[in-house]
Design a protein around this ligand. Structure first.
Ligand code: UDP
Length: 342
């Protein structure tokens, strides 16, 4: 059992954050969630804590309110922060970039300022493979050494946060951070206590499952003329519980002065068509699909070389079967067709 800590989870009312809350509570940590509930769900925090066999405290505040965040850090004697809170739609970021820089980048700088004032010296940050931009096929799988050159404001908003963390870390040798670059996060708590409930929902697996629920008439495959085996885009889907496990491992390893960067993926590529097929298999629904135009900003293939975190910390993704990931997600969708109902 790890040493119990007072941990602040920003965005803990969201999809990934709530899975982290469940895990941290189960591990015996004292968990405070900071969320503005803009896209999170109040009910997710209690459901997550209950699934973890304990309680978590929700503090409703916006990251950009530095004074409020500082007060939360002091009130709960926070020792480490796991920072999920962010807007995370590539397409939306292209149309409304300032919102992304404000929420994601300025919000993170505000959080760091509050941590600085309150003397909190550890943070694990949700970064993204979108910081790598559009690597060429001969650069697959993606290592952490690949030049980061985002192709959309979402990716830039996260990369700028990585930069702020590096520069702050360079100025403070007792500070430590990790930036975890997620590939595509999928699946949910197999007990279906918590899951994915986004509005709007644009991610492929939830869209497929919403189709099985009859909430979406048919799905659109965004392009089948890519240079991939079946012409549809390739992504690296990692189970949310594996992803959370990596955060716990990394947090436990952080020591003064650390600046760690890890890709979080399985190393396997799955096409959009394979996701649709997994959805059909798991739900028994025909999932009508039509091929539509390519989506702006979509790289053809993205998958991780996840060996750095394995070599350094012994961590690797254990749930690699895409059908099982879709099946876990389906359990939540089937039991909660209206999500959290808020
Ligand atoms: N996609 C699709 N139809 C949809 C949603 C997504 O064909 O309704 C494709 C999308 O073009 C991408 C892949 O599915 O190639 C994964 O997209 P998602 O939005 O789930 O995640 P992203 O990779 O953009 O973070």
């Amino acid at each position: 059992m790890p040493t119990p800590l007072n941990i602040l989870v920003t965005g803990g009312a969201g999809y990934i954050g709530s899975h982290c809350v469940k895990r941290l509570v189960a591990d015996g940590h004292t968990v405070t969630v900071l969320d503005n509930l803009g896209r999170g769900h109040r009910a997710a925090v209690d459901a997550a804590a209950e699934a973890g066999g304990g309680k978590a405290t929700l503090e409703v505040a916006d990251l950009r309110d530095t004074d409020a965040v500082e007060a939360v850090l002091r009130k709960h004697a926070v020792q480490a922060v796991i920072h999920f809170a962010a807007l995370a739609y590539v397409g939306e970021s292209v149309h409304d970039p300032l919102r992304y820089y404000d929420n994601n980048t300025a919000g993170s700088v505000s959080l760091l300022t509050a941590m600085d004032r309150a003397g909190v010296r550890r943070i694990v940050f949700s970064s993204t493979c979108a910081t790598y931009g559009e690597p060429t096929q001969d650069q697959m799988p993606i290592t952490e050494r690949l030049t980061q050159q985002p192709i959309n404001p979402y990716g830039w908003s996260k990369l700028m946060t990585e930069r702020a963390l590096i520069d702050y870390g360079n100025a403070h040798s007792d500070f430590a951070f990790a930036a975890l670059r997620y590939f595509n996060v999928a699946g949910s708590d197999p007990g279906a206590h918590i899951g994915e409930d986004h509005e709007p929902e644009t991610h492929i697996i939830p869209v497929v499952l919403n189709c099985a629920l009859g909430k979406v008439e048919k799905i659109s495959i965004f392009g089948d003329d890519y240079d991939t085996p079946d012409g549809t885009c390739i992504r690296d889907y990692i189970h949310v519980e594996d992803l959370v496990d990596a955060h716990v491992t990394v947090l436990g390893a952080l020591g003064d002065g650390d600046q760690r960067f890890y890709n979080l993926g399985t190393g396997n590529g799955t096409t959009v068509m394979q996701i649709v097929e997994a959805g059909r298999k798991v739900t028994g629904h025909p999932i009508p699909a039509e091929v539509g135009p390519r989506r702006a900003g979509d790289p053809p293939a993205l998958f991780a070389d996840p060996s750095k975190i394995k070599d350094e910390l012994g961590w690797f993704a254990k749930r690699t079967d895409i059908t099982e990931m879709v099946a876990d997600a389906w359990r939540w969708f089937e039991a909660n067709p209206d999500g959290y109902g808020d």
